[in-house]
Ligand binder design. Structure first.
Ligand SMILES: *Cc1c(COP(=O)(O)O)cnc(C)c1O
Length: 464
């Protein structure tokens, strides 16, 4: 092939920009971006020609421009369908929000709000006022503060109350949660000195008492969240720690991680520590996440004693951990569901926990039937859904899944991820599993169509 002749056939940037289809793209997406994309596409074509390929025709170049433009304009953060059965899936954005929470967040974004404006007095107010009354009522604590996330809440508490001082914690609670949150490192970051007591499996009240000095600022308890210690173990209760703290005038801080306002036990799960219980047991401050079992937007919630919360509010780091108006609106709407006693029905996270087994089975059977009708080898199988999100480690809920025996489940899973919207499934025993528990009713049809499409693609690929 004559490379020079092929190169001469390549249109100029200006000529391509005058193609009617490209002019249409300019009208829709702006000249600057389209010019960039056209340049890049032509550059790529030039490289291909130099490598001995024939010059692509104008149609092919325009198609490449359109595709490259669509990729550049597609948001990277997109909705996905979660068919894994992991309810609070940190990689998939933790808790989906209730309709009321979504509406409140939308409202807060549409116009101005009284975020920091006291409507009665007609002057500056505080954003921290909004969720506080609700949090106090629901938790039983006298004061509350909301920050960006629970990692921030823990960092704030330690920085504001224990910088340059000592914090006593059991060795069995020096945990790491996902995303690089490690208690010893957060402690170091805050400027507090970690005083670890006891052993990995056994820590007694006397271990704490012996570690108390005139430099002790706090006693801390952290929920293990993502693992369990079983066997020969002992740990003092929160109440015992509080009693010890009172004797020496040392506040006890309880990092619950997930925390919950509703009891998990009625759903066949272990009892996840409840916020109200920690407040009642006398913890000076309790910290927990907004988007784990609470089922709201990402937030870090601190409830507890008035004078301590007041201290936190005025600490400079609080400004850097400031929660935004959209989060506050969603959190407030989520908390209202608890106040009205409708959390189980209104909050998706709880609805998914509470879904009856026979309903899950009927859904899995309906899916398997629809898939078989489309020629897929689908059946129904018993499975386990995880609650996830640093709550109830090792605990699962029984469920029923649709299972597809594809020649290559990995390939099928990959094609499902490439679907629009992407579908995330599980692979177990060489089968692709779909757990109905985490799939919203309005996603079902899309999910089944995606699967049928992806399965037939894998069939074509393996026939080639
Ligand atoms: C999840 C968790 C955190 C971090 O909370 P985020 O809201 O993810 O920042 C802190 N402590 C414990 C015990 C946790 O389980």
């Amino acid at each position: 092939m004559d490379v020079q002749r092929e190169l001469r056939r390549l249109p100029s940037v200006d000529r391509l920009l005058q193609e009617p289809q490209v002019m249409e793209l300019i009208r829709a997406s702006g000249r600057e971006l389209v010019v960039d994309v056209v340049r890049a596409v032509l550059e790529q074509a030039r490289h291909a020609v130099l490598a001995g390929q024939p010059c692509p025709d104008t149609e092919a170049l325009i198609a490449a421009v359109a595709q490259s433009l669509a990729e550049a304009l597609r948001p990277t953060l997109r909705r996905v369908i979660n068919a894994t059965g992991v309810i609070i899936h940190t990689n998939l954005g933790r808790s989906p929000l209730s309709e009321a929470a979504r509406r409140a967040m939308w409202e807060a974004g549409v116009g101005y709000s009284n975020l920091e404006y006291d409507l009665e007095q007609g002057r500056r107010g505080s954003r921290y006022y909004h969720a506080e009354a609700l949090l106090c009522r629901l938790s039983g604590a006298p004061a509350a503060l909301v920050v960006n996330n629970n990692a921030g809440a823990v960092l704030l508490v330690l920085s504001a109350l224990a910088r340059g001082k000592e914090v006593i914690i059991s060795r069995s609670q020096l945990i790491e949660i996902g995303g690089g949150f490690r208690i010893p490192e957060v402690m170091a970051q805050s400027g507090a000195r970690l005083v670890e007591v006891g052993t990995t499996n056994r820590t007694r009240l006397s271990d704490y008492e012996r570690a108390i000095t005139e430099n002790t600022a706090l006693i801390m308890r952290a929920h293990r969240s993502n693992f369990r210690i079983i066997g020969f173990t002992v740990e003092p209760s929160l109440g015992e720690l509080v009693e010890l703290g009172e004797k020496y005038h040392i506040p006890v801080v309880d990092d619950l991680g997930s925390g919950t306002l509703l009891d998990t036990a009625p759903f066949g799960l272990e009892h996840e520590p409840m916020v109200q219980e920690s407040v009642r047991a006398g913890a000076a401050l309790v910290t927990f996440s907004g988007d784990k079992l609470l089922g709201g937007p990402q937030a870090g919630i601190i409830v507890g004693r008035k004078e301590l919360v007041e201290q936190l509010r005025h600490f400079p780091l609080t400004r850097a951990l400031r929660v935004d108006k959209i989060t506050l609106a969603g959190l407030q709407a989520t908390l209202l569901h608890y106040l009205k006693g409708e959390a189980l029905q209104a909050i998706p996270t709880w609805r998914m926990i509470a879904r009856p087994l026979d309903e899950l089975r009927a859904t899995a059977e309906r899916w398997a039937e629809a898939l078989r009708a489309a020629g897929l080898p689908a059946e129904v199988t018993a499975g386990q859904s995880a609650v996830g999100g640093g709550s109830l480690p090792g605990e699962t809920l029984p469920t029923w899944c649709a299972a597809i025996a594809a020649p290559s489940p990995d390939d099928l899973a990959r094609r499902l991820r490439a679907h629009e919207p992407p579908v995330i499934a599980l692979i177990q025993d060489d089968k692709l599993l779909l757990d109905p528990r985490t799939v919203q009713p309005d996603e079902e049809e899309t999910l089944l169509q995606a699967l049928i499409h992806a399965y037939h693609q894998t069939q074509h690929a393996s026939e080639k």
